[in-house]
Design a protein around this ligand. Structure first.
Ligand code: SAH
Ligand code: DHB
Ligand code: MG
Length: 224
C-alpha cells in the first residue's frame, strides 16, 4: 500500500473515531487561504496529542512550532480548567493566523503565543523561571531539535512527557550521509537522546495522510 491507500485509511479511521469538527476544518481552510504550508499534524495525531495530555493530566503545555495553531488547539481542548498552552513561533504571518484561529476555536483564553526564534524564547522562559511544563511538543525547525531538547529538559519535571514530530522523515533518518540538514538535525537529536540518562524514550513510525514519518516519545525520569 502506498500514499493514496494510507490517506484512505486515515480518512476511514477519522470518520469512525473523530466527530465532525467544522471549527477545525475552518482553521485548516484559513491556514490554506493565508498561504501557510499544510504541514500540521493529522487530525488523528492531534487527537493523540490531546489523549497524551489527558492521560498525564497536563496543566502546562509547551509547543515549539505553532504554524496555524492546529496542534495547539487539539492540546488546548484537553486542558483542565486553568490549564495553559504556550506555543512558540518565529514567523509573524503564522503567528497572526494562529492567534485568529485560537479565537475562532474559543481557546484564546488558554493559549499564549510567543513570537520570535524559539531558542531565544526558551532562554527567556528559563530566565523567567517559567514552567515547569508537563508536556512539550517539539515540531519547529529540525536543525535545532537538539538545542530544543536541552532547553526542554530545563523546563520540565520528573514525569513530564516530551513528544517530537518528524523523526522518520520518509525513512531518510537512517541515511548517515543525507545532504538534508533536517535529516542531520533529527539524527543529531537522536544521538543526543541516546546519551541522555534523564529520559526514557521510544519512537513510533507513522503512515497516513502525512506520508511516512514518526513520533518520538520521551518521559523525564524521577531524579536520582
Ligand atoms: N505544530 C504545528 C506545525 C508546526 S510546522 C501543527 O502541527 O499544527 C513548524 C513551524 O515551526 C512553522 O510554523 C515554522 O515557522 C516554525 N519555526 C521554524 N523555525 C522556527 C524557529 N527557529 N523558532 C520558532 N518557530 C520556528
Ligand atoms: C514538514 C512536515 C512537518 O511535520 C514539519 O513539522 C515540518 C515540515 C514537511 O513535510 O515539510
Ligand atoms: Mg511536524
Amino acid at each position: 500500500m502506498e500514499q493514496a491507500g494510507w490517506s484512505q485509511v486515515d480518512a476511514y479511521l477519522e470518520g469512525r473515531l473523530l466527530p465532525p469538527d467544522p471549527i477545525l476544518e475552518e482553521v485548516l481552510r484559513e491556514s490554506e487561504r493565508a498561504g501557510l504550508p499544510a504541514i500540521q499534524v493529522s487530525a488523528l495525531q492531534g487527537r493523540l496529542l490531546g489523549l497524551f495530555a489527558e492521560a498525564i493530566g497536563a496543566r502546562a503545555i509547551l509547543e515549539i512550532g505553532t504554524l496555524a495553531g492546529y496542534s495547539a488547539i487539539w492540546m488546548a481542548r484537553s486542558l483542565p480548567p486553568g490549564g495553559r498552552v504556550l506555543t512558540l513561533e518565529v514567523d509573524p504571518l503564522h503567528a497572526r493566523v494562529a492567534r485568529e484561529n485560537f479565537r475562532r476555536a474559543g481557546v484564546d483564553d488558554r493559549v499564549r503565543l510567543r513570537l520570535g526564534p524559539a531558542l531565544e524564547s526558551l532562554r527567556a522562559l528559563q530566565a523567567e523561571a517559567a514552567g515547569p511544563f508537563d508536556l512539550v511538543f517539539l515540531d519547529a525547525d529540525k536543525e535545532s531539535y537538539t538545542e530544543y531538547l536541552e532547553a526542554a529538559l530545563e523546563l520540565t519535571h520528573p514525569g513530564s512527557l516530551l513528544v517530537a514530530d518528524n523523526v522518520v522523515w520518509e525513512g531518510e533518518v537512517v541515511a548517515p550521509e543525507s545532504p538534508d540538514p533536517r535529516v542531520q538535525g533529527i539524527r543529531r537529536f537522536l544521538d543526543r537522546l541516546s546519551r541522555e540518562p534523564r529520559l526514557t524514550a521510544t519512537a513510533m513510525q507513522t503512515v497516513g495522510n502525512k506520508g511516512h514519518d514518526g513520533f518520538l516519545l520521551a518521559r523525564v525520569l524521577p531524579a536520582r
